[in-house]
Design a protein around this ligand. Structure first.
Ligand code: NAP
Length: 251
């Protein structure tokens, strides 16, 4: 791996969609930084897998709900690789199925802190390193939104849907803000994707229960989302910014 090789940082890169982005990014030739918050074993296993395939990667623990952790994460990228070319704002959470009239302020603040404030702070740090205004060489950011931003997720998690609506608006605004500074900002809106996130929100059977109602009669895979993310990060998307790409199987 040479110093000239591009560097990709993925928040929540240890499992699910983030891990698929890390794997595909390594295959595309990026040196990969795998962020995780709790499951060190999964992050270490992914780094080992990338290295065994001839790539370069390291794992960094950090909660995107904490500004101090975000700063430390970006500083570890500076120290180890000394550059940042591509950044994916992927870490995100859902909470238990609930109606809005049942939601506590603690739940809402956690949802917005991790999904919205964390994503904006991470993008701030990425822009500081990529933007020509700050002496950077340019770069690309992809935010992971959700089809929920459009559908609203009634009776499930309207708070989550609202957090992803904020990501859509943030994507358009930041894209225009830094368009003349060499930084492209886009988003991907996955539909129902078969990952652990449904179990972590207390609905382990969500994919099985819902798949027959989906236009393609199946959930998507993390790899199918990762392919869209890698396209938006790549030079093939050099005139694409402020775009929000549905990867939702027509949902
Ligand atoms: P997942 O399988 O639950 O994986 C979540 C990843 O994020 C893990 O690597 C986890 O780390 C990490 N993470 C969780 N909280 C974090 C925090 N506070 N700080 C840093 N990392 C954190 O999730 P996923 O399904 O791949 O979802 C990834 C993104 O896609 C999310 O933004 C989600 O909203 C979005 N999305 C998913 C779907 C879907 O159906 N799966 C649909 C639409 C949008 P640990 O391994 O350490 O726990």
């Amino acid at each position: 791996m040479s110093e000239a090789q591009r560097v990709l940082l993925v928040t929540g890169g240890s499992r699910g969609i983030g891990a698929a982005v890390c794997r595909l990014g390594a295959k595309a030739g990026y040196r990969v930084v795998v962020n995780y918050t709790a499951n060190k074993a999964a992050a270490d296993a992914l780094v080992a897998e990338i290295k065994a395939a001839g790539g370069d990667a390291f794992a960094v623990k950090g909660d995107v709900g904490s500004e101090a952790d975000i700063l430390a994460m970006f500083e570890s990228v500076d120290r180890t690789y000394g550059r940042l070319d591509a950044f994916v704002n992927n870490a995100g959470i859902v909470d238990a199925k609930a109606r809005v009239d049942e939601m506590s302020v603690a739940r809402l603040e956690r949802m917005m802190r991790i999904n919205v404030v964390g994503s904006i702070l991470c993008a701030r740090e990425a822009v500081k390193r990529m933007s020509t205004r700050h002496g950077g060489k340019g770069g690309a950011i992809v935010n992971i939104s959700s089809a929920a931003a459009v559908l609203g997720a009634p009776d499930n998690y309207v708070d989550y849907a609202a957090s992803k609506g904020a990501i859509d608006t943030f994507t358009v605004g930041l894209a225009r803000e830094v368009a003349a500074e060499g930084v492209r900002v886009n988003a991907v809106r996955p539909g129902i994707i078969d990952t652990d996130i449904h179990a972590s929100g207390g609905q382990p059977d969500r994919v099985a229960l819902i798949q027959d109602t989906l236009p393609m009669k199946r959930a998507g895979t993390a790899d199918e989302v990762a392919a869209a993310v890698l396209y938006l990060l790549s030079d093939a998307a050099s005139y694409t910014t402020g775009a929000i790409l549905n990867v939702s199987g027509g949902r």
